[in-house]
Design a protein around this ligand. Sequence first.
Ligand code: SF4
Ligand code: SF4
Length: 393
Amino acid sequence: MVEVDESLVGKEFLKLAFEHCIKCGTCKMGYKSFKPSCPSGEKFLFESYWASGRIRTAIGILLEELQWSEELKNSIFACTTCGACMDSCQAPHAHYIVDIIESLRELAVQNIGPGPNQENLVERTNNPEMWNPYGVPNSTNAELKEKYNLPDKAEWVYYIGCTSNYRQTKIRDATIRLLKRAGINFTLIDEHCCTSPMLRTGQISSARDFMNYNIEKIKEVGADKLVTSCAGCYRTFIKDFEKHGANFDFEVYHTVELLKDLLDSGKMKIKSKYNKTITYHDPCHLGRHMGIYEIPREIYKQIPGVKLVEMKRNRNFAWCCGAGGGVKIGYPEWALEVSNERLAHAREVGAEVISSVCPFCRTNLSDANENYNGGFEILDLLEILDTLDIEFK
Ligand code: SF4
Ligand code: SF4
């Protein structure tokens, strides 16, 4: 094992890289498929842009054989944290590769500052007029509560998330309408950012405060369950809150889990048809990061008329939409290129609609669809359900 000066090691995750990465390069290809897995390595074509190289960068920094420099920045920050490398790597640290990359980012932020444009995410989020990374005034959600006649105390909180609340409002509105139609006893809180943009870009200094704030707000309304329509918020609440010591005792669900329960228990039945060919795009934060692959597919299959077709790259082998890990703001053109590849995968299988269950995937796929004249309809599952006749018991 390599000797490391313990005082240099900021995170346990980085130590894992020393012990286990044998630089075999398996992370560059889908496991047993031998097809490229990493959007970053495929684009930039230098070793330091694949997971194996980023781990070498971490080792070099920690052994002080590599000095911090502006040149290192891109190789550290041009990664969507999609986790495809975690799925390919067969070594014991595989599950922690994204944690290793995020820990390296934390050290980079301390030494050479954040990735390109990524400081904007956190400056805006920390702004008390905003509390979100989009730079728009904070919505307390009081107007929505009034519009939809939502109570002050409830069993569930619908945590909207910044992307659905400030960019993809159709997902937010469709989700609220569906929860109302289903008779779920829920409300909204004056939520602040879930911290995903901070954590993914290594800018974690105020993350814990945001986590604690959101936990307190959820407690205040007496809820013991949270549901979110955002794959990023879902991962953050379940995995990152605990990692950062922000513990809570309410249950966390993605909307697809709640919907699946309603369908399975016979409380929800979809009556009208949706006669379209749909392909489902697995959001990285719901699929590889959280292991949810089948639940959304089972819901599409219960919509009469839907022809569900699979892209060749699906489930754990799905190609990233290109937006995550601060790439959408840091490398906007490359983010669209990655997404355009996804459109090509959908075209190959004759899909008319590309559907997902993450507002951030919807944003980037829609942007690429517009930019490259993709000709698809890009819709969240909830938006599709919102148009259908559904019987609730
Ligand atoms: S991260 Fe895993 S797959 Fe990649 S080089 Fe290291 S051991 Fe091999
Ligand atoms: S998380 Fe995705 S983009 Fe980043 S190194 Fe792994 S495969 Fe490449």
